[in-house]
Ligand binder design. Structure first.
Ligand code: PRX
Length: 631
């Protein structure tokens, strides 16, 4: 499955288009299957109904763990770097990881988890998080990892939507100089989750926690009751592997569903080829396992390839802004995969904490999560990669399971801010508003994909119609990404950002409707409208226009703003807090009552010169007021 030259890439790409089934069947054969598949692909994008490796049986943990024991048993699978650099970290070899996954899988079984059950995981970035994820997969339970920054309400919504029976958490988490009380947040969430029968709690911070008799058990105590023997459950290629919630332009976050066979093949294939991983290299993906990047490029992709994956608990700026570089030198990191927002924030501190590091172990740099601006790209290239490490700007989504458009490190000629070319198996197409294909080069349009790849989402949990509506109905016959895209004269792709009401704040995906709903829950708020605006570090900031029942005086406006922030934190989590709140008396609406976001966006961007046609507004005067009060 390994591509080594640009010619090989072109050949692989051509083959993947000419005969996708044969192309992916060959790659899938490199994995361990209990029973071979009978049909490589069945699909239509109308219902949609997508099945890869039909009838094939496997367990992803046999591929990620057991398969490597004979040859790589003593090689590090996970290197763990704790939040506090003075705390001892840990290295888990493949044998140790296998042992711990089997043990914890037995803990799950002991606590009533059976194949098909959904398990919510809300944990810090410790090895036990990866162990919990893999233990679920081992016994065929479906994991739903919730990022540790989400609120009790968000956890409850996700637990209830997926009808999770068990929650795995920790007493607390360390993040920078903060201690975050995870269990207490889970306790708050569970007030609204009658279906949860068991909570398994890992000790991390020794924060005092309440442990309810009959419901809550300690991870460490449970481990004493089990053996390390745990045969892997035989799974159908299309059995659910995990659910991961992500924001859309409307309503509550939806549970994106990935399945065992296709996801495994795609995560491994893309990991191997995009990063050009070589045996014994250390791969450091700085994402949290709570996001898809962590699922695919900390856990499943690297482990399926027998790689060494570094898992970091802390933040890039603790104890100081040289932490990534400390880790790089300490663990001789070869591949660093991070987000533009992290690069931009580190850029802001200057080079003092960079130039006092060696960084010579680095061979490949990666970027993910949002468009990378030219300045950040060059800073990364010059100062971190010293102009000798290829940068792979990888474009993909929670829904795609793995990277779709990206250079292959050292093989594809890179170009700052361009994700460059589609990976084999990926057939991008640009369309206009009406769905007409925009052909040729030097064009822009809405990015769709016209053929399935093994890692594509299969459904949104519990609501297949929502999956159809969101991704497959806008342009019939195509998967719609929600992104705008430019294809330059060379045929290189550059993703320009979302064309729907989804924001990308510090690489975190947040729906404007979600933030509005949270703001509207605050007492006294009549209505709100949320838009994104360019933010130097976060990429996009959140700008909220809020109508309250009584116009706040200057004196209490500040307090009201802080109250609104507290409400948003409580409802969604701190990541969704607006950066700016402007109180207004009205919003620009059309006669049919639709908010004209285009105008609000322009004002938030500070571009009030040309607001376009405002004649269709119900009350054009409201625009002047908003302009005058813009922040
Ligand atoms: O807008 C694109 C942006 O992030 C969105 C997907 O977010 P999420 O599902 O949270 O997954 C993030 C990690 C895969 C996309 O629709 N995005 C992601 N990577 C890039 C990007 N935008 C530009 N360039 C990228 N490399």
């Amino acid at each position: 499955m390994r591509i080594r030259t640009f010619d090989e890439y072109q050949l692989a790409y051509q083959k993947s288009v000419d005969d996708p089934e044969e192309f992916w069947a060959e790659i899938a054969q490199e994995f361990q299957w209990r029973k071979p598949w009978t049909k490589t692909l069945q699909w239509n994008f109308t219902e949609p109904n997508i099945k890869w490796f039909v009838g094939g049986k496997l367990n992803i943990t046999e591929n990620c763990l057991d398969r490597h024991l004979a040859t790589k048993g003593d090689q590090p699978a996970i290197i763990w770097e704790p939040n506090d650099p003075n705390e001892a970290g840990a290295t888990l070899t493949y044998r140790m990881l296998h042992d711990q996954v089997c043990r914890f899988a037995n803990v799950l079984k002991r606590n009533g988890v059976v194949k098909g059950d959904r398990v919510c995981i809300y944990m810090p970035m410790v090895p036990e998080l990866a162990i919990a994820v893999l233990a679920c997969a081992r016994i065929g339970a479906v994991h739903s990892v919730v990022f540790g920054g989400f609120s009790a309400q968000s956890i409850a919504d996700r637990i209830n939507d997926a009808q999770c029976k068990v929650v795995i958490t920790a007493d607390g988490a360390y993040r920078g100089n903060k201690e975050i009380p995870l269990k207490s947040t889970v306790d708050d969430a569970l007030i609204g989750c009658p279906g949860v029968q068991r909570v398994i709690v890992l000790t991390r911070t020794r924060t005092p926690v309440s442990m309810l008799k009959g419901r809550d058990v300690w991870w460490e105590q449970e481990l004493k009751q089990v053996t390390a023997e745990c045969p892997a459950e035989e799974m159908d290629a299309e059995d659910m592997l995990f659910i991961l919630y992500t924001s859309g332009s409307t309503g509550k976050p939806k549970g994106v569903v990935h399945t065992c066979g296709g996801y495994m093949v795609y995560a491994a294939y893309t990991f191997q080829n995009v990063f050009q991983y070589e045996p014994d290299q250390v791969h450091f993906c700085t994402a949290d396992i709570g996001w898809i990047t962590g699922h695919s490029y900390i856990v499943y992709g690297p482990l399926a390839c027998g790689a060494t994956s570094l898992l970091f608990e802390g933040t890039p700026t603790y104890p100081d802004n040289g932490r990534f570089w400390d880790i790089t030198d300490k663990h001789k990191v070869n591949i660093l995969y991070t987000a533009p927002t992290a690069i931009r924030s580190l850029m802001g501190f200057g080079l003092d904490k960079v130039t006092n590091h060696d960084l010579s172990s680095l061979q490949v740099l990666g970027s993910v999560g949002e468009p990378i601006n030219e300045e950040a790209w060059h800073w990364y290239d010059d100062n971190i990669g010293k102009n000798r490490c290829p940068i792979v700007d990888t474009w993909w989504q929670t829904e795609t399971g793995g990277i779709l458009i990206s250079p292959l490190a050292g093989i594809t000629k890179t170009k700052p801010t361009f994700a460059t070319l589609p990976l084999p198996g990926v057939q991008p197409i640009l369309v206009d508003e009406t769905g007409k294909e925009i052909e040729g080069n030097g064009v822009s349009g809405n990015l769709c994909i016209k053929f399935p790849w093994p890692g594509i989402l299969r459904t949104t949990y519990g609501d297949h119609e929502r999956c159809r509506q969101t991704y497959f109905a806008t342009y019939p016959g195509l998967y719609f990404t929600g992104d705008g895209c430019l294809r330059d004269e060379e045929g290189y792709y550059r993703i320009t950002g979302r064309v729907d009401d989804v924001l990308n704040v510090s690489g975190h995906r947040i729906g404007t409707a979600e933030v509005e709903n949270a703001i509207n829950m605050h007492t006294g708020v009549v209505e709100s409208a949320v838009v994104g605006y360019p933010h130097d570090i976060k990429g996009q900031g959140i700008y909220a226009y809020v109508i309250t029942d009584q116009q706040p005086t200057d004196h209490d406006a500040d307090l009201t703003k802080r109250d609104i922030l507290a409400t948003v934190s409580r409802v969604i989590g701190p990541i969704a807090k607006p950066d700016k709140i402007q109180f207004v008396t009205g919003l620009p609406k059309t006669r049919s009552g639709k908010i004209m976001r285009r105008i609000l966006r322009k004002i938030a961007e500070g571009d009030t010169g040309n607001l376009g046609d405002t004649s269709t507004l119900l009350d054009p005067a409201v625009v002047d007021e908003i302009k005058a009060g813009a922040l």
